[in-house]
Design a protein around this ligand. Structure first.
Ligand code: CP
Length: 308
């Protein structure tokens, strides 16, 4: 059995295959707790977690909070609006002040790539990256992997098409790392303006969705991240949907038992048609459920569970 030795969870890139497998195996046990009538265990009683969300979130923040409650950790959540960041306090000063209250873990979401690594180098707390700019979103990739193992029984050998705004996507970056480490065959598909060449050594690159999803076991759709776009990357939303939107007709090119993932939030009618989002192939809400179990596993392992 692999022993957990990481102090922080900053990304998928620094993790070994054994460490990823340990998180996913631990999450299986955590998922069982979620199915009990009383969803509460004393595992992290007396431990304190601060959820510091400097960028908008629904799923990640709520599921960290849910995970902390199920494991009996004490937790509090801070958002940019309503905190002293709105008065000009820096991220580092904010974290140093929170750290003075002796939390065990700080979960951080920030719009700047590298924010979690920056804090990990300068603070004494354990840091969990809940998404840093366009860099990494490790717990999202872990919950996606958990969902694929649950649905397909494996990750190795799966043909996975990741379609959408790859350029601005931390979800894509973490998933490319995780899926290729675990032996999946990854194709990235986007318009040329949103498909960086940096991934060509790890994945097949395609500008055509019909080609990318041909024979796929898994299609993972990504949102256009307009909040990170500094210039015009697409012509119009209508044109983007026509060329890259996932419809049931298009999905017929994939394997008959294809599953569809989306990290959320979805823009229905843009990257994904409602008929796909709400279809039997869609595992989008399973991803959300499994996100709680994966975040429980991460907190448990970071706080010493893997060394018991
Ligand atoms: N998948 C994801 O990170 O969603 P939120 O932005 O709502 O947390």
């Amino acid at each position: 059995m692999t022993e957990w030795t990481q102090k922080h969870l900053l990304g998928i890139e620094p993790l070994s295959v054994d460490e990823i497998s340990l998180i996913l195996d631990t999450a299986v046990q955590m998922r069982e707790i979620m199915d009990r009538p009383i969803k509460k265990v004393p595992t992290l009683r007396g431990r304190t977690v601060v959820n510091l969300f400097m960028e908008a979130s629904t799923r990640t923040r709520a599921s960290f909070e849910m995970a902390e409650r199920i494991l009996s950790a004490d937790s509090l959540s801070i958002q940019a609006a309503g905190s002293s960041v709105a008065k000009g306090e820096s991220l580092l000063d904010t974290v140093k002040n929170l750290e003075a209250m002796t939390p065990d873990v700080i979960v951080v979401r920030h719009s700047s790539a590298g924010a979690a690594n920056f804090l990990a180098r300068r603070s004494n707390s354990r840091i969990v990256n809940a998404g840093d700019g366009a860099h990494e979103h490790p717990t999202q990739a872990l919950l996606d992997a958990f969902t694929l193992r649950q649905s397909k029984g494996r990750i190795a050998g799966l043909k996975v098409a990741i379609v959408g705004d790859v350029l601005h996507s931390r979800v894509a970056r973490s998933n490319i790392q995780l899926l290729t480490k675990m032996g999946a065959d990854v194709t990235l598909c986007a318009p040329p303006t949103l498909l960086p060449q940096e991934f060509s050594s790890l994945a097949t690159l395609s500008w055509r969705i019909d080609e990318a999803i041909e024979g796929a076991d898994v299609v993972m759709m990504l949102r256009l991240q307009q909040e990170r776009m500094t210039s015009a990357f697409i012509s119009t939303m209508r044109e983007y949907h026509a060329q890259y939107g996932l419809t049931l007709e298009r999905l017929k090119r994939a394997k008959s038992d294809v599953v569809v993932l989306h990290p959320g939030p979805m823009n229905r009618g843009v990257e994904i048609a409602s008929e796909v989002a709400d279809s039997r192939a869609s595992l989008i809400l399973d991803q959300v459920t499994n996100g709680v179990a994966v975040r429980m596993a991460v907190l448990y392992l970071l706080l010493g569970g893997g060394r018991e």
